[in-house]
Design a protein around this ligand. Structure first.
Ligand code: ATP
Length: 339
């Protein structure tokens, strides 16, 4: 039975010191129009080595088009340099930039191993490396099977193996977690972090925001083809959300007028907690002291990447579904709102 490889990974992809300085991606003025639709609107960004950079955006926001533009697979405007070179000018692209743009672009009748061997030989890569990458992605035991019998998750692993064939310093991956089960997503996350820790430059798109929060160090966030944010994940969360102060205690409900009198906004949370915005934690603590209010908890709660993403891209979403029908409000959740 096929079983994915478990970490820790043997270091089959050794880090090499780059010849021409650290590889990185520099995209400038990327622009693409399909008739009336501007799919990518003058996007410029840099992707640094040694970290995983997540490429986020709602459905239809232009992520796949951007990646195709970066590789010169779509006609459009702008320029992308991979360690100083356009993709089309790189003599052996597989050795410099590994790509995974769609799952299952594999030969229908060849075995997975032979599919990779064919690509490898065309790029001066030996069979030993083919076997190494198949082991690395956990397909060692099924490498002699035809990819058409692979699940989508296994096909994604084969796609990653293909991207790694030439031991590239740069990886460009479009939704590589698509089709993976939770174990596979966890595996992919560890793998990409491991590859980044070797100093590689990893640019990966995903709509799985919670995964991105665990996987990415930096983000490029777009909406309707335009740049919304380019920077570190924590900064994105800080810029697009408000962190709140949480208060609990036997007299919490009686503390509300004092908080509101001091200009804070107060909402009642679960189990009688107060969720306070517009006031720093230190000021809340000081007010509790001066008002003689006993507290059992005083803490801050940061928003998730998901909340930041919704806040940042909400108005740029291309496909907005109707609200799902709500169940008749017959009862309150147990213990809710009873402070
Ligand atoms: N071949 C095409 N012809 C016409 N319009 C296109 C074509 N490809 C993409 N588009 C449009 O360009 C915009 C960006 O599409 P794109 O597939 O790049 O977005 P995406 O962010 O990758 O979406 P998803 O997350 O759903 O894969 C969308 O409005 C889409 O409808």
């Amino acid at each position: 039975m096929w079983r994915p490889a478990a970490p820790p990974y043997t270091d089959l992809v050794p880090a090499r010191s780059p010849q021409t300085g650290a590889p990185l991606i520099t995209a400038t003025g990327l622009y693409k129009r399909y008739r009336k639709t501007v799919a990518v609107d003058r996007l410029s960004f840099d992707v640094r080595p040694g970290v995983v950079t997540g490429f986020l955006g709602p459905n239809g926001s232009g992520k796949s088009t951007t990646m195709r533009l970066m590789l010169g697979l779509d006609h459009g405007e702008g320029q992308t340099l991979f360690d100083g070179e356009r993709f089309s000018d790189i003599r052996r692209p597989m050795n410099k930039v590994g790509t995974l743009l769609e799952a299952k672009p594999f030969h229908p009748t060849r075995t997975a191993r032979n599919h990779l061997r064919m690509l490898a030989s065309a790029n001066g890569v030996g069979d030993k490396r083919v076997d190494e990458v198949m082991e690395l992605v956990g397909l060692g035991t099924v490498k002699r099977k035809k990819p058409k019998g692979y699940s989508l998750g296994m096909a994604q692993r084969l796609g990653l193996a293909q991207a790694l064939l030439g031991d590239p310093r740069i990886l460009l991956l479009d939704e590589p977690t698509n089709g993976l089960d939770p174990h596979g997503i966890h595996w992919m996350r560890d793998m990409l972090k491991h590859l980044a820790s070797e100093g590689r430059t990893i640019f990966v798109s995903s709509h799985l925001l919670s995964e991105m929060q665990l996987m990415a160090d930096e983000l490029v966030v777009i909406g309707r083809g335009t740049m919304i944010f380019n920077g570190v994940v924590d900064q994105f969360v800080r810029d697009f959300t408000q962190s709140t102060v949480i208060v609990r205690g036997p007299e919490a409900a009686g503390f509300v007028p004092a908080l509101e009198g001091a200009g804070a906004e107060v909402a009642k949370g679960k189990d009688g907690e107060l969720v306070i915005s517009g006031m720093e934690i230190g000021a809340v603590g000081h007010l509790a002291f001066t008002e003689n209010v006993e507290l059992s908890e005083l803490s801050t709660r940061s928003a998730s990447l998901e909340e930041a993403f919704m806040s940042a891209t909400g108005s740029t979403e291309e496909f907005v579904a109707a609200e799902p029908p709500t169940a008749p409000a017959t009862e309150k959740a147990d213990g809710a709102d009873n402070a």
